[in-house]
Design a protein around this ligand. Structure first.
Ligand SMILES: NC(=O)C1=CN([C@@H]2O[C@H](COP(=O)(O)OP(=O)(O)OC[C@H]3O[C@@H](n4cnc5c(N)ncnc54)[C@H](OP(=O)(O)O)[C@@H]3O)[C@@H](O)[C@H]2O)[C@@H](O)CC1
Ligand SMILES: Nc1ncnc2c1ncn2[C@@H]1O[C@H](COP(=O)(O)OP(=O)(O)O)[C@@H](O)[C@H]1O
Ligand SMILES: [Mg+2]
Length: 227
């Protein structure tokens, strides 16, 4: 589901991608009436992933509010969806029941969400654990290594490499976790398996292309071997 004027670009990316055009604003971002058009479609999905590249404009704020209220559907929220949550002060204003929810912040986004700077990684992880315990959400604390925290504990991932520090690598993870949620895995299982598979695909891409030369697309193209 993309702003109308992005539709042809996204649809042309791969012939198997199915698209939904939502109203856009004068900047080409989601318009404020975008979520009302999304509502009918949302009811039939098994899982939702959102955030990368969506901007934090007024239409995105409305969409994120809608997705946060959609507590019956498993969701993975990343990038600008997390930036919007930070603007909404979600970490202190969240409702009692947030439903099945995975958050995948990088250290900068986590800073905005919980107010702890990236220079103290352990403090960022502890703040994420506190938020996870309070809300029931699973939080993927990205890095080398990535740590997944949730009400069921803390998991430290064993795959991945610095060649993955390139634009779009995290977006790939959002897609992998969304797919696993859609296949019926719990947020805790989808997040842990997702970061492992994603890192393994990154390691396979590095073997083939080298850490300096690999891009996020090579991670995508290595996923089948990782699975
Ligand atoms: N293909 C596309 O179109 C893509 C589009 N995307 C979209 O691009 C937009 C910008 O997103 P972004 O992540 O580039 O910038 P942003 O959120 O301002 O973060 C920078 C801040 O975070 C920090 N920081 C980050 N990593 C860190 C680390 N490991 N360790 C420590 N600090 C770290 C960093 O700190 P600094 O390095 O400056 O010290 C800085 O403060 C956004 O709209 C997104 O949706 C993306 O999803 C990518 C693919
Ligand atoms: N040194 C590293 N070791 C392991 N994984 C890394 C390393 N650097 C980056 N990554 C992984 O790459 C991904 C980067 O995600 P993110 O910062 O959201 O990128 P983007 O928003 O550009 O897609 C994360 O999954 C992170 O764990
Ligand atoms: Mg990201």
């Amino acid at each position: 589901a993309v702003p109308d004027r992005c539709l042809e670009t996204v649809a042309a990316f791969h012939p198997c991608v199915m698209t939904i055009a939502l109203p856009d604003d004068e900047y080409g971002a989601f318009a404020v009436d975008a979520p009302s058009r999304l509502s009918n479609a949302l009811a039939k999905f098994d899982a939702v992933g959102a955030g990368p590249g969506m901007t934090t404009g007024p239409g995105s704020v409305r969409i994120v509010e809608r997705l946060l209220a959609l507590t019956s559907i498993p969701r993975v929220l990343d990038a600008d969806a997390i930036n919007v949550m930070a603007e909404l002060d979600w970490a202190t204003t969240h409702p009692d029941q947030v439903g099945p929810l995975v958050l995948t912040p990088h250290p900068g986004e986590l800073h905005r969400l919980v107010g702890v700077a990236p220079k103290d990684r352990e403090l960022q992880i502890v703040a994420s654990e506190t938020l996870a315990n309070r809300t029931g959400a699973v939080i993927v604390v990205k890095g080398g290594p990535t740590v997944v925290v949730g009400p069921d504990g803390r998991y430290t991932n064993t795959t991945g490499n610095p060649g993955m520090a390139t634009g779009g690598s995290g977006d790939v993870l959002t897609g992998v976790i969304a797919s696993l949620l859609g296949q019926g895995l719990s947020p805790w299982d989808a997040a842990r398996l997702g970061v492992w598979i994603h890192g393994r695909a990154g390691d396979l891409a590095a073997t083939q292309y080298g850490q300096a030369s690999m891009t996020a697309l090579e991670i995508v193209h290595s996923l089948h071997r990782a699975f």
